[in-house]
Design a protein around this ligand. Structure first.
Ligand code: EPZ
Length: 434
């Protein structure tokens, strides 16, 4: 059978010319992992929720689509400022095509079942970095009286009489699990206690927003949160915290370019442990007033050992970026990934650029090389794609990074920010004929 039309696929790439003289200033955007749960709170009230400093990201756009699908009207007032208002409920379902695009869609489950007594959310599939189950979210909701069933790839949660407060002991520390249950508990009848919960700044930011809406919450930021349920929540106006992972990514970038890049809106207080590690390597992050920092570095950087752990320790979301940095630090460094079971896909991509990294079990052994040399590489997950951009910026010659979709999910206007400090970077599309 003659093919009438060649199957034409396209793939987007970023092309970077390395070793340019980068200097100037980068402004850190609002935190993606704070924006996503904060947007879901619009389901908990029929009053307007105004969010400021919302980053312009693919994941934010996906969450907007999902909330509009459910019935939230969303209006952009100006850059980063949006009004969310649940006018009428069109659907209590989070469809597969949206959940599949962004697993954080699971964050509508808690609010929907708490407020409406029903939710149907596609079971998020695994992703590149691991299977990423949501069993702990579901066990906690069951403990609060929800009846959970899995039907044709969907989670069906029913609580026709509403949720009841309960004592929840998380077997593992889960960030979105903590956030989902926090949002469910604020409208549950009675008191809910969350033990062994996540302490990330994004959890604290969500609790702050919920309290502004009238929720009773204590202990956010510790491993034990107590919530006293209320009948209803009101609208409010809230500003999203800066993105500590984007900030850490650009602190590494500045260190790679002799500290000639100043960072604004830098959330210094959320990165203590990261700063401690940078200091061990020979890099200082120096505050310059309220929320601006400059980076200073020793000539000769030192190898280190890093273990990823839950907040306040070294974040898994900065693991790949530090691997790029350590790949050109003389000596043997190690990075152990304790949170996700498969978050080393960037290793073979960095090795394609001339790095010398071997993985044994949960640990990557990084033998520093003199320099990286440009090549064609893949972005494998959101944060790994940032690591590849950092690598392309320091590599000799040209680097082409495919699958930039990952990058757009978590880094606002990254080409623009990098061009502003002198990077030679362009986006292209390649047609692949089958
Ligand atoms: C959040 O994901 C972040 N995403 C991730 O950031 C981050 O890497 C991760 O926390 C860890 O810090 C958002 O906040 C939207 P977890 P989350 O539940 O909540 C296991 C990025 O780059 N687990 O804390 O999905 C799980 O498999 C993204 O912005 C269960 O076993 O992560 C993992 O091994 C990537 N059962 C560990 O716990 C569950 O029910 C931590 O996962 C839930 C989690």
């Amino acid at each position: 059978m003659v093919k009438l039309v060649e199957e034409i696929n396209t793939v987007e790439y970023l092309e970077i010319e390395g070793q340019k003289d980068l200097k100037g200033e980068i402004e850190i955007s609002g935190a993606k992992n704070s924006a996503l749960p904060n947007m879901a709170t619009a389901l908990l009230t029929d009053e307007p929720v105004i969010l400021n400093n919302l980053p312009d990201l693919l994941d934010v756009k996906t969450m907007i689509k999902l909330l509009e699908h459910i019935g939230v009207s969303i209006n952009k007032i100006n850059e980063g400022k949006y009004i969310f208002k649940l006018d009428n409920v069109n659907s209590l379902e989070a469809p597969y095509e949206l959940v599949n695009r962004m697993r954080a869609s699971i964050l509508v489950l808690g609010p929907m079942v708490a407020r409406f007594g029903y939710a149907k959310v596609a079971l998020p599939g695994g992703c590149a970095i691991g299977t990423r189950p949501v069993d702990l979210h579901l066990k906690a909701l069951e403990k609060m009286g929800a009846e959970i069933s899995l039907e044709h790839g969907y989670i069906i949660a029913r609580a026709p009489k509403g949720l009841k407060g309960a004592e929840i002991n998380f077997e593992k520390i889960t960030v979105t699990g903590t956030e989902n249950i926090l949002m469910a508990a604020v409208l549950a009848e009675g008191t809910t206690i969350l033990n062994n919960c996540a302490m990330e700044p994004e959890v604290v930011d969500l609790a702050k927003l919920l309290k502004k809406m009238g929720a009773y919450i204590e202990g956010e930021g510790s491993s034990r949160i107590v919530v006293r349920g209320v009948k209803r929540l009101k609208g409010t106006n809230h500003t999203i915290i800066p993105d500590r992972i984007e900030a850490g990514t650009f602190a590494v970038l500045s260190a790679l370019f002799d500290g000639n890049i100043r960072l604004k809106n830098y959330p210094y207080k959320y990165l203590d442990f990261v700063h401690q590690k940078l200091k061990e390597i020979g890099i200082d992050v120096i505050p310059l007033g309220k929320d601006e920092v400059v980076i200073r570095r020793d000539k000769q950087l030192k190898p280190v050992d890093i273990e990823t752990k839950e907040y306040p320790y070294f974040p898994t979301d900065l693991q790949a970026q530090f691997m790029t940095l350590l790949s050109i630090v003389d000596g043997l460094s190690t990075i152990t990934e304790n949170i996700f079971e498969n978050r080393f896909m960037h290793v073979q991509e960095l090795d394609r650029l001339g790095a010398n990294i071997k993985v044994k079990g949960k640990t990557a052994f990084i033998k520093g090389v003199k320099k990286l040399k440009g090549a064609e590489v893949q972005a494998t997950d959101l944060r790994a794609s940032a690591a590849m951009v950092l690598a392309g910026l320091i590599a000799e010659g040209k680097t082409k990074i495919y699958n930039v979709y990952h990058l757009d999910r978590g880094y606002e206007r990254i080409e623009e920010k990098l061009k502003n400090i002198g990077a030679v970077i362009k986006r292209g599309v390649e047609f692949i004929e089958d």
